[in-house]
Structures are given as C-alpha cells and as structure tokens.
Design a protein around this ligand. Structure first.
Ligand SMILES: NC(=O)c1ccc[n+]([C@@H]2O[C@H](COP(=O)([O-])OP(=O)(O)OC[C@H]3O[C@@H](n4cnc5c(N)ncnc54)[C@H](O)[C@@H]3O)[C@@H](O)[C@H]2O)c1
Length: 328
C-alpha cells in the first residue's frame, strides 16, 4: 500500500488530500501545526472518500515524530516561509522516496540550492506542483506546437487581481513547458505603482507587466491589472494562436491556424481542480518513477530568477531590507 505524508493541511493541502481519496488504497499521514486545519482537511477528504472505493487510513498528527520511518511520497504544502523548516524537520522523521513541493518553493534564494544539495545527497527526486503541465489543453497545445516545428512563441497572460507576485511562476513554468526553454531573462520595468499587501497577511503583490524572454526568440508578458478581470492565457506562434479563458466558470479555448486561413474556432475546455490531479502524480511516481510535474532541478532556475527580480523590485520600490522575498 502506498504511504504518503502531507505536510501542511491548509487550503491547497486539503485539495491534494481530496485527490488522494481517488487512490485505490493508501496510508496517509497528515501533519499540520493547526488542529483546525487538520479537521477541515479530514472533513474534505471524507466528502470525497465517501464517494470512491478508497481503502486505507488517514493519520492526523501535530508532531512529525508520529510519521513512519519511510513514505513513498511526501507533499510539502505549507506556505513558502515555512517550507524550508518543514522539509528539514521531515527528514529527521521520515525518508520519502519522492517529494512534491508546492510553489513558491522558498522565500530565500539560498534555500533553493541548499535543498537541491540535500535532495541529491539523499537520492530523493523532487517535483514542484505547477499543475498546468497536467492540463490536457496545454499538453495538446505543446504537441501541436512541436509538430509545427515553430520556434517563435509568444505567451500573454492578462487578468486583474490574479496575484502576479505569488502566481507568476505558474506561467513562467508554462512558458518553459511549451517552449522547452531553460534560460531566460525577466524584466520588471513594466510593473506599476508601489508593491502592496496581498489579501493574505504577510505577503506582497505587484501590478503591471513582467516581460520574459528566452535565448531562442520566444517571449512572454504577464499582465496583472488593478481591477478584477477574469484571466486568460494567449499563445501565438507564426502558425497558430490559442486563447484559453481560465478564470471563468466555464473555461473556453479559442484558436486559429495559418493553414486554415486563421479561421477562429472555439470549444469548451477543462481546467482541472487540484482535487482531480494529485493522485495521478502519485500513481505516475509509483508506476514510472517520474510524473508530469517539473523536477525540482528544472524549477530551480526560474525560481531563483523570479525571486531575485522581485526582491530587487521590492527593495527599490518599498525599501524592503530583508533577505527573503515575501511571496508564497
Ligand atoms: N500549485 C498551486 O496551484 C497552488 C494553489 C494554491 C496554493 N498554492 C501554494 O500552496 C501553499 C499553501 O497555500 P494555502 O492556500 O494552502 O495556505 P494555507 O494558509 O491555507 O495553508 C497552509 C497550512 O500550513 C500550515 N503550516 C504552517 N506552518 C507549518 C509547519 N511548519 N508545518 C506544517 N504545517 C504548517 C498552516 O497551519 C496551514 O494549515 C502556498 O505556498 C501557495 O502559494 C499552490
């Protein structure tokens, strides 16, 4: 039976847990410092497990000493400022075969390399939860672009109040996934106004546009407006375009191809919830030793670049004088 540790049972942790109720069988240890979070998480899990054939147990713990010595997969789903401590503490109590980290990995750039060294030293493959790589709509789009042999790709994300600082890395990862680019520059000159406190206490946000370019001529613009506006993702190449309206109740994809005279077509598309994805990650890891999510090593350079770009911006525009970047 697969053994899983979930560290941090808040909003997203409880959604990972709901997905795990789709496994045929599992033993799951759920750790949180908050009893209230554990209770909400187990109730959410049971809402789903009562409708599936799940066999196994959930162990709610407020001390990692209750973890077994080995687990197959550990999910670290605390907010970013606690993730390094949670990772270190986990290794004192259990040895995972695989670790899935939530984004943002860590707030301090030095933690990125230190944890990489630790994972390599212990031979633990790490992955980062950028779930768009699991969405069929983006997987199919990537295949189409590969089949076109088109190397000139532009990605545009537009929306209002979508949390550019805390969520921008999702789209930088999508850019990497679709273009295959590993090296790029991020330009923060298009950010507007003074960084402001996020709706979540302790984190900061920015509005305006971040521009990303790679060394192959591909580019991306991430725009976040001050007013609420449902976000959409547009991808344009010389041979096709597609716009995915992600932020609406019934997501749609609109597209056109040069070889069809750019005739626009549109169709509904599915944007899966986290509660429909994490069990697939576990099943893939158990079956093949890998999964659709980016590896830790792949996700590290964009994290380092993004954190340093925002740290410089925060220092310049709000006198931030700490060594950590206040995003999650
Ligand atoms: N990949 C995605 O699509 C996605 C979506 C939403 C959130 N996230 C990320 O997930 C992370 C968590 O977000 P959230 O909305 O669930 O936050 P949250 O505040 O709802 O949950 C965090 C939980 O971690 C617990 N916690 C804090 N310190 C801890 C520690 N040392 N050990 C164990 N538990 C601890 C808290 O008690 C809380 O229950 C954030 O980094 C966020 O950016 C990712």
């Amino acid at each position: 039976m697969v053994r899983i540790a979930l560290i941090g049972a808040g909003q997203i942790g409880s959604r990972h847990l709901q997905a795990l109720a789709h496994l045929p069988e599992a033993e799951i240890w759920i750790y949180d410092v908050s009893e209230a979070s554990l209770q909400v998480a187990i109730e959410r899990f049971q809402q789903v497990s009562s409708t599936t054939d799940f066999v196994g147990n959930c162990h709610l713990v407020t001390n990692m000493a209750a973890f077994p010595a080995h687990v197959d997969v550990a999910f670290i789903t605390t907010t970013a400022q606690h993730r390094r401590q949670a990772f270190d503490q986990m290794l004192q109590h259990t040895m995972p075969r695989f670790v899935v980290f939530e984004k943002v990995l860590f707030q301090r750039i030095q933690d990125l390399e230190e944890v990489k060294a630790e994972l390599h030293h212990r031979g633990i493959p790490g992955y980062v939860n950028f779930p768009r790589r699991q969405y069929p709509v983006y997987q199919q789009l990537k295949q189409s672009i590969l089949a076109d042999h088109d190397r000139s790709i532009h990605l545009q994300v537009t929306g209002g109040q979508w949390g550019l600082a805390c969520n921008g890395l999702h789209f930088i990862d999508l850019f990497s996934f679709i273009t295959g680019s590993e090296t790029f520059e991020i330009d923060a000159k298009g950010l507007t106004g003074v960084p402001f406190e996020s709706k979540r206490a302790g984190f900061f946000e920015v509005n305006g546009t971040l521009r990303v370019t790679d060394d192959r001529g591909n580019s991306m613009a991430l725009s976040c407006l001050e007013e609420p506006f449902a976000s959409n993702v547009s991808i344009t190449t010389t041979k096709r375009w597609m716009t995915i309206s992600e932020g609406v109740a019934q997501p749609m994809q609109a597209s056109g191809k040069a070889n069809d005279g750019w005739k626009p077509e549109s169709a509904p598309c599915i944007i899966p919830y986290q509660s429909q994805l994490s069990h697939l990650v576990v099943q893939d890891l158990m079956k093949t030793g890998t999964c659709d999510l980016p590896s830790y090593d792949e996700a590290l350079p964009p994290h380092a670049k993004f954190l340093s770009t925002l740290l410089t911006h925060f220092r310049t525009h709000m006198g931030w004088n700490h060594d950590y970047c206040p995003i999650t």
